[in-house]
Write a new protein. Structure first.
Length: 338
């Protein structure tokens, strides 16, 4: 098959994929907005899509949704951007799977006159997008690190820390959460922009999860083999935390280990309530997407571009720690995922 024929076929497949994902948004809308997420299975991105559709319904826009096959699937996101440029979209909202590798495609979209807003995960450099609407991911990590530090200090325990990260690409959201957690716990991270270069003896090791339960379980199993005494687990998100808990439970260690995470989705907050997760940092993907659609429709009307927006983060735990501001799981369930 020629490259040109393959490209046409890929575009057709992507168009069908967008329609299958509910890409019609609000029928009859005049402003086409592309939403490109890392996956369409993670509840975080499902909620983000919901927020985009809600905003489209009230602002006269149509949303076409695309998603990678798995976290880290950059090529599908590249193809989605090409499709949206060709379709005449006015703007693209993207949670990049690879915050560096996607930049040339984002540059192409902006050169074609599209507004590009990064959601949740900043591009590298962040200025490659017109704006970023996201949680302060470093702060999200910092809060769960500070909470864990206070909890271990109060119990007089010596920590053995396992870190369950996203993938080997070290995308911005992965680095910021990981490094925020370690600094909150009081670990010297050396290079703040790099995962895994610390030399603190309390750290058992890092492994990657792809942000899903099966990856979380495998990573936890690997780190337990390295040191069965692990008693503090950081995870990139709550699906990975759920997988880690299953591995700990299978090893008979679930009552001896504290898990901290980031997301604040309803399933994750229920796991806080059940004691599976000790604390999580709640973020607000529905708000990110709604603001993004509103910004693109405004740009289409008058050409104005938005500023970077911090969409907020709240520590959720039913075991408050002195000196660390938090809300309980009841608050978390009322606000997952606004």
């Amino acid at each position: 098959m020629s490259r040109r024929a393959f490209g046409l076929t890929a575009a057709a497949v992507l168009a069908l994929s967008a329609a299958a994902c509910g890409g019609g948004g609000s029928s009859g809308g005049t402003t086409l907005v592309g939403l490109v997420t890392k996956t369409d299975t993670n509840p975080f991105f499902v909620k983000m899509k919901e927020g985009a559709q809600q905003a489209a319904s009230s602002s006269g826009a149509t949303v076409q949704s695309f998603a990678g096959k798995q976290d880290g699937d950059n090529q599908t996101q590249v193809d989605a951007i090409e499709n949206l440029i060709a379709s005449g979209a006015k703007g693209i909202l993207i949670t990049p799977s690879d915050s560096k590798a996607i930049v040339p495609s984002v540059d192409k979209a902006r050169a074609a006159g599209l507004l590009v807003i990064a959601l949740d995960t900043p591009l590298e450099p962040a200025t490659a997008a017109d704006a970023t609407f996201a949680t302060d991911n470093y702060k999200a990590g910092l809060l769960i690190g500070q909470w864990a530090k206070a909890k271990f200090a109060a119990n007089g325990k010596q920590p053995k820390i396992a870190l369950l990260d996203l993938n080997p690409n070290q995308v911005s959201v992965d680095v910021q959460r990981d490094q925020g957690f370690l600094e909150g716990f009081g670990v010297d991270v050396k290079d703040k922009n790099k995962i895994g270069d610390e030399s603190d003896p309390r750290i058992v090791g890092h492994d990657v999860t792809n942000g899903d339960p099966s990856g979380g379980r495998t990573a936890m199993e690997n780190l337990l083999q390295k040191d069965p005494g692990v008693n503090l687990v950081y995870t990139i998100n709550e699906p990975a935390a759920a997988g880690a808990y299953e591995a700990l439970k299978a090893a008979g260690k679930e009552k001896d280990v504290v898990i901290v995470s980031v997301d604040g989705g309803c399933p994750g907050v229920n796991n806080v309530k059940a004691g599976v997760i000790g604390a999580t940092s709640q973020q607000y993907p529905l708000k990110m997407a709604k603001l993004g659609v509103e910004a693109v429709t405004k740009f289409a009307k008058d050409g104005s571009k938005p500023q970077n927006t911090d969409t907020g983060v709240t520590l959720i735990t039913d075991q408050p720690a002195q000196g660390v501001e938090s809300k309980d799981s009841a608050f978390g369930l009322q606000n997952c995922w606004g």
